[in-house]
Design a protein. Structure first.
Length: 341
């Protein structure tokens, strides 16, 4: 990959607006325990662009990549597009299990994880497993891709610091998104790269779409520097926490025996596990007929057959709407026995 000439760099916009990169590095250091300088921060259009860049720049066809199973479909697509060989690694209540990856394919080139809030099942990766993953990456030279997509939204207990902050010599690419924290159409996110990868990523990014839109970057930067971002996070954390509580309470009341929502206190969406014998697809279609939009959990599966449930959003609805939605879902799932289909 060609190194960037000063002319290509222009005023530094390829990696993003410099004051925004400083604000991001500062925020990540204090709030997420990420260890980085602004020079390692590259502004992108979102976590998805970061994943696409990683797939294009780091992976070669045939490279093995450990993937969470179930896991984020956008990462699965990005890595498949690069011709990578995906190695499913089962997640459980302690998150991703590196021991399974070691047994299946010890010399994988990379691993993709969502340790703060596993997508879609919601677990937090245990410290023991984080250290085991880092130790494997150190020995094998593999790259860790840490997707921290919505870790700002943790409603109880202390925030869980990033895996990247525990790394020493291991190569970790840390990805985050303002599209979750602010609003999806903002299309701004960031990656924190090991120093040796900054130039190759900037050169590739320049060839793809030059650099991110300056106007929205400078507005976002002022929003952070003037303290609005911190206030926004505190307010939305409180709001979404109340909405998730409403979801849990209504689910206990109306969905008993049909759908069980784990007690995880984080995020903008929650998994819900079917208890009525339906498959994920049957439940998604039945819910849709009753006006409820959800996602079948088996959309995110690589090789597992034991996942039967739905992904439900709660952040976009007030408590009254959540109650109505849960009642409609209970009517849908209760009215339709799987064996009568
Ligand atoms: C786990 C995960 N990673 C990445 C993304 C992509 O985020 P962005 O909208 O910032 O591209 C999403 C979006 O839903 C996601 O759920």
């Amino acid at each position: 990959m060609r190194r960037l000439s000063p002319a290509m760099l222009g005023d530094g916009n390829v990696a993003g607006y410099r004051p925004l990169r400083e604000a991001i590095a500062n925020y990540l250091g204090t709030s997420r325990g990420v260890n980085c300088s602004p020079d390692q921060v590259v502004v992108v259009s979102g976590a998805q662009q970061a994943l696409d860049l990683i797939a294009r720049i780091v992976l070669k066809p045939g490279d093995a990549v450990w993937m969470e199973d179930p896991g984020y479909i956008g990462a699965i697509h990005a890595f498949r597009n690069a011709g990578a060989r995906l190695i499913p690694v089962r997640v459980d209540e302690r998150g991703f299990d590196p021991e399974i990856g070691r047994k299946a394919c010890p010399d994988a080139r990379a691993v993709y994880v969502t340790p703060g809030h596993q997508f879609p099942l919601g677990a937090t990766m245990s410290l023991e497993r984080r250290l085991a993953l880092l130790s494997w990456a150190r020995e094998s030279g593999a790259l860790i891709v840490e997707d921290d997509y919505d870790s700002e939204f943790r409603f109880t207990g202390s925030p869980i610091p990033a895996l990247q902050g525990l790394a020493r010599s291991e190569a970790v690419i840390f990805i985050g998104s303002f599209n979750k924290v602010m609003f999806p159409s903002l299309r701004l996110g960031y990656m924190v790269l090991p120093a040796s990868l900054v130039d190759p990523f900037l050169a590739a990014r320049f060839q793809i779409d030059r650099y991110p839109p300056g106007l929205s970057q400078s507005i976002l930067c002022d929003f952070i520097d003037d303290g609005h971002f911190g206030r926004h996070l505190r307010r939305t954390r409180e709001l979404y926490s109340a909405q998730l509580t409403a979801m849990h309470e209504n689910a206990r009341r109306y969905l008993d025996g049909l759908l069980e929502i784990p007690s995880i206190q984080a995020g903008l969406i929650t998994p819900a596990l079917l208890r009525n014998g339906m498959t994920s697809q049957q439940a998604e279609q039945t819910a849709a007929k009753h006006g409820i939009e959800s996602m079948a959990l088996d959309r995110f599966v690589l090789s597992r057959t034991d996942i039967h449930g739905l992904l439900l959003g709660f952040a976009a609805f007030n408590e009254g709407e959540i109650r109505e939605g849960v009642i409609a879902l209970a009517t849908a799932l209760g009215s339709c026995r799987p064996d009568s289909r």
